[in-house]
Design a protein around this ligand. Structure first.
Ligand code: SF4
Length: 525
């Protein structure tokens, strides 16, 4: 190892002891040179405030890896209480858990700075907070006298949440198989021509649950969740759709896929010429944030070899992380896991969520603190650059779950983005403007302009139900408070240019899907 003047190999060793890494993980880090002291030294010099490398606070959670559901939450509360920490509002938090679920890893729990937990972004990311669910709903839960009454309150509120924003059910594809039989892919979304999303049966879980989750149906196991059981069915669909170049294994968390299942998807891509048009394999995963030690095991070596095989065969492999603060990254496990992926040819890109309380901050009066928020993103952009991780995009909270808690006015987000964009060198900037997903597509907020003395927002699709929409910049009325791009009013006229066509496309998709599902039902009989 290269010795840094300030951090020596011995200091790294002490750090690994402090983080309770297993002997297997320590050996991998050592043998694969995953934590060079010079790198840690430079990162620590640049981001001393956010760095957790040389922490001296207590390490409360050891032993088990996962703390799941109400029982896991109560166990955590027990550990905290035993150490003199009372987070309070337990009943309200438990209501949230019953509606949305709860899961935290040892890594997450030990990443939180418990001496200042209320300000800790990881704490906000995983722990339910007072104010997330509206007060009157919480009160019903508090007032419920029996378990049965509580269950009914939970069920009633769960029905009010919005698990499938953006009309995702319309993105389910279908095809005729070699016998002329209709097949619907129950665990796939094909909305934009170049990419198919796969919700594999083994990725319907997460390493921890984000409080702002936008895939509640998957995470809660709702009846209408997307689940792909049959790999061959997906491969047949891909063979018929030469416009698809990318497949994204997602969930839940794509990082949950095990070697044998991944091989079922990947080996045909490498050997079957009729699948040569698939040139990119993506994983949507938060393992780097929630459970980086998973990537630092001998077992994970098999997956890495498979991914390396892809890279050596001209299939680029992209690990899509969702990093939104330097705090997600500045710990030895995450740095080592990033370096291990990269050493096997895997590119990492961050699609980063802009969420109030986590990666966007407010003043005590509730207004957005533009400077502090921008600094978080400037630091993140520079840090990603130092680690060779691509800064793919910053995206806005989707109107699902407790959206009101995490969202902020687009006008403020735009001000933050402008500062970030100006401050970062061009190679470290996000590759997209601020983006928000809707049923129509992914729309970027390019900025503001003056038209006839009036300030307007300039918008542009970067993916659309009709990809031709991407050719056009369009205008919307400036609004200081609106937080959802698709709700911005057109600058002129009643509707945005794409709305009628979008409604027509959705109507056709809905009718066709209903028709095909009925046919598939008949085929089954
Ligand atoms: S990782 Fe994704 S699917 Fe899982 S809880 Fe977080 S947002 Fe939801």
């Amino acid at each position: 190892m290269i010795e840094s003047p300030a951090i020596r190999a011995r200091d790294v060793d002490d750090m690994l002891t402090r983080y309770h890494f297993s002997s297997e993980t320590r050996r991998i880090i050592e043998e694969e040179h995953l934590l060079p002291p010079a790198l840690l030294h430079r990162l620590h010099l640049n981001f001393a405030e956010q760095s957790r490398f040389f922490r001296t606070d207590a390490y409360y959670f050891s032993g088990k890896t996962y703390y799941n559901g109400l029982a896991g939450f109560r166990e955590i509360i027990g550990v905290l209480t035993a150490n003199g920490i009372e987070i309070g509002d337990i009943t309200e938090r438990e209501f949230f858990i019953e509606v949305y679920r709860f899961l935290a890893t040892k890594h997450v729990l030990n990443s939180i700075d418990w001496s200042n937990y209320e300000e800790d972004t990881m704490y906000q990311l995983v722990f339910p907070q007072p104010g997330m669910i509206p007060r009157d709903e919480v009160q019903k839960y508090i007032n419920a006298a029996t378990d049965e009454e509580r269950r009914m309150v939970v069920e009633e509120y769960t029905r009010k949440t919005n698990p499938h924003d953006g009309k995702q059910m319309l993105n389910k594809p279908w095809f005729l198989n070699d016998d002329g039989q209709l097949e619907i892919l129950q665990g796939c979304q094909h909305k934009y021509p170049p990419i198919a999303l796969i919700f594999d049966q083994f990725t319907q879980n997460c390493f921890a649950f984000c409080t702002y989750c936008f895939r509640h149906a998957q995470v809660r196991g709702d009846e209408d969740m997307f689940v792909q059981d049959d790999v061959e069915q997906l491969l047949m669909y891909l063979r018929q759709h030469k416009e698809i170049t990318d497949i994204l294994i997602t969930g839940g968390d794509g990082g949950f896929i095990h070697y044998d299942r991944l091989a079922e998807y990947v080996l045909p891509l490498l050997s079957d010429p009729t699948l040569a048009h698939i040139r990119t394999l993506r994983f949507g995963s938060r393992a780097l944030t929630f459970h980086p030690e998973l990537l630092l095991t001998d077992e994970f070596e098999n997956i890495l070899s498979l991914l390396q095989q892809c890279v050596d065969s001209g299939v680029q492999v992209i690990w899509v992380a969702h990093l939104s603060t330097p705090r997600d990254i500045l710990n030895p496990g995450t740095i080592a896991a990033i370096r291990r992926l990269k050493a096997h040819g895997v590119a990492i890109r961050s699609q980063s969520p802009i969420m109030k309380h986590i990666s966007l901050f407010t003043h005590p009066d509730g207004t957005v603190d533009i400077d502090r928020s921008a600094q978080n993103w400037i630091d993140l952009g520079n840090l990603l650059g130092m680690l060779g991780v691509g800064f793919h995009s910053m995206y806005c909270a989707r109107p699902t779950g407790e959206h009101h808690y995490f969202t902020a006015p687009l006008a403020d987000i735009h001000k933050i983005f402008s500062k970030v964009y100006k401050s970062l060198s061009s190679v470290n900037r996000p590759s997209r403007y601020i983006t928000m997903t809707s049923s129509a597509g992914k729309i970027s907020l390019l900025g503001t302009a003056e038209v006839n003395g009036e300030t307007v927002f300039a918008l542009k699709f970067n993916e659309g139900r009709n990809m031709d929409w991407m050719d056009r910049v369009y205008l919307a009325r400036y609004d200081e408070q609106e937080n959802t791009i698709e709700k911005l009013l057109p600058y002129q006229g009643e509707k945005h240019f794409y709305e009628d066509e979008c409604e027509e496309i959705e109507r056709r998709l809905e009718a066709a899907l209903r028709h095909e599902m009925a046919r598939a039902g008949n085929n089954d009989q």
